[in-house]
Design a protein around this ligand. Sequence first.
Ligand code: ARG
Length: 578
Amino acid sequence: WAGGKERGGGDKGRPWSFRRALRPWQQAPSGGALLLRHVADFQLSIASIIENSSGDGLAQDLHLQAQQLAERLKCDSVVSAISAGPGTVNFTINRELLAKTVLQQVWKDGSEYGVKSELFSTVPRQKAVIEFSSPNIAKKFHIGHLRSTMVGNFIANLKVALGHEVVRINYLGDWGMQFGLLGVGFQSFGNKEKLKSSPLQHLFEVYVQINQAAEDENIKKLAKDFFRKLEEHDEQTLSIWKQFRDLSIEEYIRIYKRLGVHFDEYSGESFYQEKAQEVLKMLEDKGLLQKTIKGTGIVDLSEKKDLSTFSTVMRSDGTSLYITRDLAAAIDRMNKHSWDTMIYVTDKSQSNHFQHLFQILKLMGYDWAERCQHVSFGLVQGMKTRRGEVIFLEDVLNEVRSRMLQNMTSTKTTKEIQDPVETAEKVGLAALIIQDFRGLLSSDYQFSWDRALQSRGDTGVFLQYTYARLHSLEQMHGNAELTDVNVSCLQEPDAISVLQHLLRYDEVLYRSSQDLQPKHIVSYLLTLSHLAAVAHKTLPVKGSAPAVAQARLCLFHAARSVLANGMKLLGITPVTQM
Ligand code: ARG
């Protein structure tokens, strides 16, 4: 649509096809407000012509049919030309109207452009609990935790932008035998100074050392005793545990801040020790808890009640398991937040766990179990830092920052930048996020620093670069003013391509909001950047007549503004220089 064979837009050069275009419009409301709705009306009238004309002379031959259709359709203030191709009807949209509509909308809605679209007007506002990141204290912060952090943050950002209420929860692995070992280990290998200055690293080191020593039965016994005391809430033992936990959280907060991520709640498995016992009692009362010969407690999840699938919820000594604590946490969150949806973000190795969790909740009679969702993602291979395998989130951030800084220095662009280190960090993060979000979340991928950090092609560096260039264009020529802009100056195909693409932003947001996949937004922003880069080259501001320059500035401002909106949703902070 809109200019038929022109390059650009979502359909990359394919001519508008009636049949192809009608399909999505029949299923979902269309975006791009005025113009698209108008084209949709056109399509409906075409559809009715076709329907009513099987007997009255419309040819069977598609080409001929298209031609006859095109002849019957009339142009109006929105559609300025109609022509026929083989099996297609091409519409040319009134370009001035297109430019005016898009620019006005971007100006009016600003950071809410797209989310204010009528596409979302019938979507009820909800409260969502989103649980993500959830690392285990004293253990590795593996790449899965980083992915969970980025994906969860994206989902939360998107929901907030669309007007939903969001509670961000970090469910820490902060309980279990590891704390028994850690408690004992700290007595031999611990260092109070190091614990204060870098708790995550120090606790991990202690944990590794004590694990090696734990071959010794004596140490095993001491660790068990320590953990038992913890479970019995012995005050002194608890205060040691609490110190480990508090200092770790402080450091997590500091590092998440570098990522631009925050949480409303730091919860964790430790919160649900006792509540898990209540859950076991409830399961028993409801007749759902069965005991095996070994004394472990299980819940039958099979359809035929033949135990072909079951979930273990209690150890033979009566203590709870990971899933029991999750049951308690889910119920507690419902009581506390009365959420409409709850989303858990982890890698796909935990899919079974969450399936079982939701099934048990349903068996317990909680119909809200249907509103729990596990957003799972694939595995990432090969992310190594100079320090080796990824153990600490901070290492990843430092690595991407220093690599990016090196790239920037070697291209000699850092000279003019005020804060090259911070810029390198933001650009590097954009690179990580785009590499991670480009495909379907469920797919595994091989991580590559070089691929992620390329400045050209479909990378986060390219997005940042485009943003920075558009920003400096405005710095150079003054802010774009929409009043009095002459949109007839924006008739070149490269300008139209950008405008067409801007018009579709709401559709892309809609898609991501439906399947929670960031890739729709990513590919939209990459295309926008490519289109803007072309337009930047072919439609100079400098040296153009004032009216043309002003119109172009407005076009670039609109592109930059939508680019920034989309980047922020993904968790990227746009940089103004690089
Ligand atoms: N701490 C867990 C891990 O690192 C992830 C927690 C996921 N969330 C949950 N509610 N079970 O594997």
